[in-house]
Design a protein around this ligand. Structure first.
Ligand SMILES: CC(C)(COP(=O)(O)OP(=O)(O)OC[C@H]1O[C@@H](n2cnc3c(N)ncnc32)[C@H](O)[C@@H]1OP(=O)(O)O)[C@@H](O)C(=O)NCCC(=O)NCCS
Length: 215
């Protein structure tokens, strides 16, 4: 199935598309990454990622800018979301969330932890077919792409697996490889090699976005 790219989606359109993928109560945001966005890192956040280069800190700053606003909407004011030792964001008690960036956009999703959302993971990717060498690593015999080809379907699967990893990590504390995760893009179900089952939702418009969460 051919999917046409949307070369410059608005921040709002991306945030809305991400929200539409998630369960009720999920707050989402998107920001185009600008030079200097590292200014939005709170001092403790900056210290937690001091060794990263400036471009990476700008992307993280754009993500934290979204996160601070979403947390404010959940009445968590001025909370620093530090980068943990393995890269995972450290959320305030009672909050679940996830951050992702590609070359242009940062996205984030945040929610109150509840029995229906115990963890969440997001990913954003450029609308480019997954290169053949990566397809061999990402797509396994357990995955189901539905009627999508291995190019864009592979890219969606890549995003889905990154989202699943980010959602499972806070619960299981385990580093996962692509072949530790199986995804059925059609049914929206995913499972990890440690037995964790998640729901995963993806879209290719207005950007490749994936959201995974534990029901
Ligand atoms: C998590 C990971 C997959 C993110 O990949 P990426 O393409 O570099 O970056 P993304 O833009 O998609 O996401 C970055 C964000 O992920 C989040 N993140 C990083 N490690 C995480 C983890 N272990 N659990 C949850 N979220 C994590 C962070 O918020 C980070 O943004 P920040 O540094 O600004 O806070 C990667 O950092 C990683 O840890 N890889 C090792 C495991 C792996 O690659 N397995 C195969 C894929 S499943």
């Amino acid at each position: 199935m051919a999917i046409q790219p949307d070369s410059a989606p608005s921040e709002l359109a991306v945030a809305e598309a991400l929200k539409a993928l998630g369960p009720p109560g999920l707050l989402t945001g998107c920001r185009r990454i600008r030079g200097g966005d590292e200014q939005f890192l709170l001092p403790a956040e900056r210290d937690s990622m001091a060794t990263r280069d400036r471009k990476a800190r700008a992307a993280s700053g754009a993500g934290r800018r979204i996160v601070h606003e979403l947390l404010r909407r959940l009445r968590c004011e001025d909370v620093a979301v530090l980068r943990g030792p393995l890269g995972s964001p450290m959320w305030p008690p009672g909050i679940v969330g996830s951050i992702a960036h590609d070359e242009e956009l940062a996205v984030a999703a945040v929610a109150m932890r509840s029995p229906s959302v115990r963890s969440v993971g997001v990913d954003v990717e450029p609308m480019l077919p997954l290169p053949p060498d990566l397809r061999a690593v990402v797509i396994t015999s357990h995955d189901r792409l539905g009627n999508l080809d291995q190019g864009i379907g592979g890219r969606l699967l890549f995003a889905a697996k990154e989202a699943v990893y980010k959602a499972s990590f806070p619960l299981d504390g385990r580093m996962l490889e692509f072949d530790d995760i199986s995804v059925d893009l059609k049914s929206g179900e995913a499972a990890t090699s440690s037995g964790r089952r998640l729901l995963v939702r993806c879209t290719a418009r207005p950007r490749i976005l994936a959201l995974a969460y534990t029901p």
